[in-house]
Design a protein around this ligand. Structure first.
Ligand SMILES: [Zn+2]
Length: 263
């Protein structure tokens, strides 16, 4: 097995930038591993937003300003290998099922908390997609009627409270760091001395706890897996406050470190 990281420049989410990064990364992995392209079973691509399973592999990613982007067709300009494009929460859920905290589970929900919020619902050992592959848009379930405006345009979505972008926005004050990850780390550190920082994180735990309770009531999972870069940063502080409803239902919690999705 081989691996390679390539971090995007801050706020560089243009379609051409992403397509070039994927194709360049693919070439780099193939050449550094020495694996023949004929031996590759396929290329998995996880993206934020809704992915239409059909000709062209259309991606609707509001958080990146992607509107009906034909990602599969664009990637075809640089590779003839089989492509499997899916929502990033679903690809993370699949990875957890194969290699991580979801191994052995038939019924699970994998929660992705990054800049935004998503989830992958595992039912009967495979991903539940819904009629148009948009199932699991947990981040856009309503936690506050008439609440904060979400990136999707609706009001009161979980993502407008519990995604890293929203957490930092709700805090509102200056924080050190050049990106969301370093700013959120600083906010968590600040919570020991700043009442406002502690209040924002406590509110975040409340919104996540209510929303996880809703997942449990809807899907009766064996386990809930919390991941995503912000989920991992927040987990140590928030987990003691979150699992109350989960413990009542007998659902097992797991935090994972096996992913580093970008969204
Ligand atoms: Zn929303």
């Amino acid at each position: 097995m081989t691996g390679s990281w390539s971090r995007l420049a801050r706020r560089q989410h243009g379609v051409s930038v992403i397509v070039e990064a994927i194709l360049t990364g693919l070439d780099r992995v193939l050449s550094s591993s020495g694996v023949s392209p004929s031996a590759v079973l396929g290329i998995g691509v996880g993206v934020p937003g809704i992915v239409e399973n059909g000709p062209g592999g259309l991606v609707h990613g509001q958080s990146y300003g992607w509107d009906s982007v034909p990602l599969e067709r664009l990637l075809r300009s640089g590779t003839s290998l089989p492509l499997h494009i899916d929502n990033g929460a679903n690809t993370m859920g699949q990875a957890e099922l194969w290699f991580g905290a979801g191994r052995g589970a038939q019924h699970a929900v994998v929660c992705l908390i990054g800049s935004g919020v998503g989830a992958s619902i595992i039912a009967g050992g495979s991903t539940h997609r819904g009629s148009t592959s948009s199932a699991g848009e947990w981040g856009h379930t309503t936690v506050m009627v008439g609440g904060r405006t979400c990136r999707c345009g609706a009001r009161g979505c979980l993502e407008a409270y519990a995604g890293a972008e929203a957490i930092l926005d709700r805090y509102g004050g200056p924080l050190p760091g050049t990106d969301q990850e370093s700013a959120l780390t600083a906010l968590i550190d600040l919570a020991g001395t700043s009442a406002r920082a502690a209040e924002v994180l406590d509110e975040t735990a409340l919104y996540l706890g209510v929303s996880i309770g809703n997942l449990i009531n809807l899907f009766n999972p064996e386990r809930i897996i919390l991941g995503g870069w912000a989920g991992l940063l927040l987990g140590e502080r928030l987990l003691p406050a979150i699992p109350i409803e989960a413990l009542l239902s007998g659902t097992m919690f797991a935090a994972t470190k096996s992913d580093r999705p970008a969204s």
